[in-house]
Write a protein that binds this ligand. Structure first.
Ligand SMILES: Nc1ncnc2c1ncn2[C@@H]1O[C@H](COP(=O)(O)OP(=O)(O)O)[C@@H](O)[C@H]1O
Ligand SMILES: [Mg+2]
Length: 277
């Protein structure tokens, strides 16, 4: 099988249902409708810049690694197992101390912030593992997601249920009883509950069937269409690059290749080494 058969094109229309009104989507929207060029034209909305560091006193895992996502776009990080993809995501979220480099969110250097303060600053992060509370109901998971909010969370919950209708149906059920794909929807929904300005997903399609993967990608595209930039790690490299505005291939903690998703898909070296030919 050389073609996925799925057309992910046409990401033109953007509404503002889930995105934080102060979020990253507006720059791009202004851009697209031919308004005045934004001040920070093409500056990334979120950037892990020249990151070097590892876990505790251990060896460096990341070496001068840069990944970013622009306003209104989807950026995808791919690469072999152990390349440091999750480590890069954790570094951007503030879960490890960088020896060198910086994390910039919407023009602000947030390198010194704790993960919790990064959530308050607008980051929504779905980690690769332990990303839901299995012994809580679906709805309780969503409520936990909104822990930093003091305003009415119901409208956001309704938006999450509109995005993932199966979660509305199963809202009283324990999250641990759901299928893999449904759990991933809970995890993404939980992250959306803070009304983030940028969404970071580490392998949102891990362990699901190809059909469920396609569905999840469709929902992620839908989220991105609302103007919310998405930075995600994916094992399904080919399919992920098809929906990516920008892609990164990480190799041993370093930037191997980067470009638009289409450029990477067309690159003979990337195809041979990372996409199975
Ligand atoms: N919590 C941790 N403590 C120490 N080393 C870790 C930890 N998590 C990952 N590593 C190491 O970091 C490297 C990159 O891992 P990871 O970022 O999980 O790769 P990927 O997500 O690309 O598969 C691996 O060598 C792994 O053993
Ligand atoms: Mg990983």
């Amino acid at each position: 099988m050389s073609e996925s058969g799925t057309d992910y094109g046409g990401r033109g229309t953007r509404d503002a249902s889930i995105v934080n009104p102060r979020g990253g989507g507006r720059l791009r929207a202004a851009h697209r409708t031919g308004g005045p060029a934004p001040q920070v034209a093409d500056a990334p909305f979120l950037e892990g810049r020249a990151m070097t560091g590892g876990y505790g006193k251990g060896p460096d895992i990341l070496h001068d690694c840069t990944v970013s996502v622009n306003a209104g776009e989807i950026a995808v990080i791919v690469g072999p197992n152990g390349a440091g993809k999750s480590t890069a995501m954790k570094a951007i979220f503030g879960m490890l101390d960088l020896r060198e480099g910086a994390v910039i969110l919407d023009g602000r250097d947030i390198t010194a912030l704790s993960p919790q303060d990064r959530v308050a600053a607008g980051m929504g992060f779905v980690p690769q593992t332990s990303n839901i509370f299995t012994s809580l109901s679906v709805e309780e998971n969503l409520e936990m997601g909104a822990f930093i909010r003091r305003d009415d969370i119901r409208p956001t919950m309704e938006q999450v249920y509109d995005l993932f209708p199966i979660l509305r149906e199963k809202r009283r059920q324990m999250a641990g009883e759901l299928s893999g794909g449904q759990r991933q929807q809970v995890a993404v929904g939980r992250a959306l509950m803070t009304r983030p300005k940028v969404l970071m997903l580490d392998e949102p399609t891990a362990g699901v069937s190809p059909i469920v993967m396609d569905e999840l990608f469709d929902r992620i595209i839908e989220v991105a269409r609302t103007g919310l930039p998405v930075l995600m790690v994916e094992q399904n490299a080919r399919q992920a690059l098809e929906i990516a505005d920008r892609g990164y291939v990480l190799v041993q903690g370093r930037n191997g290749f980067s470009g638009t998703g289409q450029e990477l898909l067309a690159d003979p070296e990337v195809r041979k080494s990372f996409l199975g030919g």
